[in-house]
Design a protein around this ligand. Sequence first.
Ligand SMILES: [Zn+2]
Length: 157
Amino acid sequence: MPGPIDYSKLDIHPDYDSKEWWAGTKLHKYLVRQCKDCGHKRFPPGPLCAQCNSFNAGWFETAGKGTIHSYTVIPKGGLPAFAEIGSYVVALIELDDCQGPEGSLVRTCGVLVDDEDAAAIGLPVKVEYEAGPDPEFVFPRWKVSGTAPDAWKFTGE
Ligand SMILES: [Zn+2]
């Protein structure tokens, strides 16, 4: 199991597009941008809809559940906040309730609570929240929440 992340060493400056997202995580809500004109969902939160070029954007509250589309293992943290965590997994996660264009799912990126042994492509994950030292910021982290018959991982063989 990876060690703790030292959130005090992350320097976060929410901007116009991300301040409401951070307000959502504080309430344990995992939000994605949703276009108010065409309904397209997207992450990370940016100002412009890639489907219809509208700036008329709102938010969609996801269920905070998804599937590991891919992942990588970081052997030793590069950022100071990750210096004590040891080896950890960063996953590309397809959000279950966020249909994107042409049948794809909206993807987000997250650090897993679980270690490399628990991670595999195709496994379901759910978001969890960790409080940082600053009460203004609550950090999402993802945990493997089940099994999948078609889960796959590189074994080196
Ligand atoms: Zn749109």
